[in-house]
Write a protein that binds this ligand. Structure first.
Ligand code: UD1
Length: 418
């Protein structure tokens, strides 16, 4: 298993290019199952999750390739095979094959994703929506099985604006007969990106990015070629790195308009941010100011940036109250940050962070993807060396993170430990 060593105290400066968005790439790759023929997606990030997802698609009969950030999915034939536990357990997003598979092949069998470190994360809304489109859903032996004839458009209200749930239903509706309306849909930029792909394939999707998404299904869809949008969470993570190290970093190939809430909070915390076209220049202040924060579905502050922002608050001047409203167990990084000297109290879904002048490097354990990122960030400002263990989580979502941080002047290395 690898661990990452970070020597703190180095100011970051220079330019870093943002990779394609993992959370946009996964549903878009799944959409490849909808059309007979070869779809090609560019700017796909080179990540463990992407490779696992391509394995799931191959298991389902698609021929896939991945080279130089271009992924192709050739779903000439699509087999209603099952997405097995061994693949699904490592990546909950595998559930994204349910919608396209049942719409195209009339049957899908996917291992239930089960709980994960950050909460129970059920898929009941995905399943309720598929039933509304005419599918039959059954659960047995740890698998969910969905069968259907041709799906039929429906009016669906989502109790919560679930991101992958909205995506699954958009993909299923793209091959359904008639019009589907999704109300209280998720509004994340990744939803709009998927809508662009479905439209390129021949479906008619409108309203993506708002709370009401309408999908006019087509009898068949055609393969598409599409370039994946930049990763807004990776962008925000490097912004936090610059802010924490009093750095001066320019992010390129970014989408500042996807980061309104993050940019606004960072500015309130005293971070200098200038945006121009697809670049964001971030200048860290002498001392970060504490600000309060509540996570919310887009366009609110993303839960996927909560852990990274918490690190900023750990060394800020003053106290910060942080509320996590999306996942019930998303403060696992707190105990590790405390090992570095952070002063944090958690009650329910609220964390009170009292800023301290400095953190001190220590061995810490990564527990999930964004928690891992927060520990690397903490290591960048902690005095001495921080050893981050179990970094495989990090490789699921951050492309070439040591390389990118090293190019900015960080002292970071990956070493093998038995
Ligand atoms: C996606 C993102 C993840 C991000 C999350 C919230 C991908 C691949 N992952 O995850 O990085 O942290 O959005 O922005 O895009 N819920 C239900 N029933 C359901 C579905 C969800 O109760 O059927 C609840 C969840 O438990 C959670 C909330 O809805 O409390 C939001 O979850 P959801 O938006 O579905 O997250 P994901 O799509 O899994």
């Amino acid at each position: 298993m690898y661990k990452i060593l970070v020597e703190g105290g180095h100011r970051l400066s220079g330019e870093v290019r943002v990779s394609g968005a993992k959370n946009a790439a996964l549903p878009i790759l799944a959409a490849g199952l909808l059309a007979p023929g070869r779809s090609v997606f560019e700017n796909v990030p080179d990540l463990k999750d992407v490779k696992t997802f391509l394995k799931v698609l191959e298991h389902l009969g698609a021929s896939c390739s991945f080279q130089d950030h271009a992924a192709s999915v050739d779903a000439a034939c699509c087999e209603p095979n099952e997405a097995p536990y061994d693949l699904v357990r490592t990546m909950r997003a595998s559930v994204l094959v349910l919608g396209p598979l049942v719409a195209r092949c009339g049957r899908a069998r996917v291992s239930l994703p089960g709980g994960c470190a950050i909460g129970a994360r059920p898929i009941d809304l995905h399943l309720k929506g598929l039933e509304a489109l005419g599918a039959k859903v059954s659960l047995a032996h740890g698998y969910v099985e969905v069968t259907a004839g041709r799906l039929a458009g429906a009016d669906i209200y989502l109790d919560m604006p679930t991101v992958t749930g909205t995506e699954n239903l958009m993909m299923a509706a793209a091959l359904a007969k008639g019009v589907t309306t999704l109300r209280n849909a998720a509004r994340e930029p990744e939803i709009a990106a998927l809508a662009d792909v479905l439209n390129l394939m021949g479906a008619r999707v409108s309203g993506a990015g708002t709370a009401v998404v309408t999908v006019e299904g087509a009898e068949t869809l055609s393969p598409a070629r599409y370039t994946v949008i930049p990763d807004r969470i990776e962008t925000g993570t490097y912004m936090a790195a610059a802010a924490l190290t009093r750095g001066d970093v320019t992010l390129t190939a970014a989408r500042p308009d996807h980061l309104d809430a993050v940019i606004s909070k960072m500015r309130s915390a005293g971070v200098g941010i200038e945006t121009a076209g697809d670049s964001i220049r971030v200048k860290g202040p002498e001392r970060i100011r504490s600000v309060d924060l509540t996570t919310a579905p887009h366009p609110g502050f993303p839960t996927d940036m909560q852990a990274q922002f918490m690190v900023m608050m750990c060394v800020a001047d003053g106290n910060s109250v942080m509320n996590e409203t999306i996942f019930e167990n998303r403060f696992i990084h707190v105990s590790e940050l405390r090992r570095l000297g952070a002063d944090i109290t958690v009650t329910g879904n609220t964390a009170v962070v009292r800023g301290v002048p400095r953190l001190l490097g220590a061995p810490v354990m990564a527990s999930d993807l964004r928690a891992s990122a927060s520990l690397i960030l903490a290591g960048l400002v902690a005095s001495g060396v921080t050893e981050v263990h179990r970094v495989y989580h990090l490789d699921r979502g951050y492309e070439a993170i040591e390389k990118k941080l090293t190019a900015l002047g960080a002292v970071i290395s990956r070493v093998w430990e038995d």
